[in-house]
Unconditional design. Sequence first.
Length: 310
Amino acid sequence: MTTVKRSHPFYFGGAASCVAAVVVHPFDLTKVRLQNTKGNGKQGMFATMVKIRKNEGILKLYNGLSASMLRQATYSTVRFGVYEKLRDYITSTTQKKANVAELLLCSSIAGALGGACGNPGDVINVRMQNDGQLAPEQRRNYKHAIDGIVRISREEGASALFRGLGPNINRAILMTSSQCVSYDLFKNFILGHELMKDGITLHLTSSILAGLVATTVCSPVDVIKTRIMSANTSDHRMSATQIMKQMFKSEGIPSFFKGWTPAFIRLGPQTIITFVVLEQFKTWHNMILDRQQPLNTSTTTTTSTHVVKI
């Protein structure tokens, strides 16, 4: 019997992430507003969303959506596409089941490339989302993402599109590793122990667990980043390492996971929707290919399920 490895289009991950971005964009916008709030205000995520709807209108919760879509179309297309291609390449060349170290290597490379490719979209996304809380004379008023790229390149130089590239790449590596690797591990663990059959329930369960892992892994980075952004005059020169030491000494380990719940409220649905939609794209793609080719009883087609050695 001949086994044919069926591959899927490179852009599926980016397309699934764009679907997720449309759903979670209001949470992402609110997060940016909160991170850029000056002073000691303690307004929560949902209170901020209500304030935006009341003062600016409900459609302003989707301000910068075109930039968010651009970011996902670049960042997520590259990181998901490269991760799956590298994973499949390792499996096909070694003729062995992928192990965790190999998957982490694939996700690190994919995350770094995705973070670099998605940086311009991220810069425009943050600016468009934060415009509403600036004074009218300070607003940039980009019409859409492409307008933002053109104006930034013309007014500030193309290098401005890559501000914050280092931290963005580091976060992209963590995000890709925690999401993609944990999803593969959970999915194949459940399949390997025959706890569920391959289907929507399995994809939903694995994506929820992957969302929990991604939120937990990225939480310390987000907390430190927020501390740096909100530091007062006397602390603004402290490095990330110094802030980590100060937090550990004065507040303990739990301080690195402050705001975990609102972080999961934002990241959890994004992870869940992305993987569930991605799996559906693959299922529909398989169905289309099955209809296009005649039934061959001597050939078995395999999907992209990978069993990982733990």
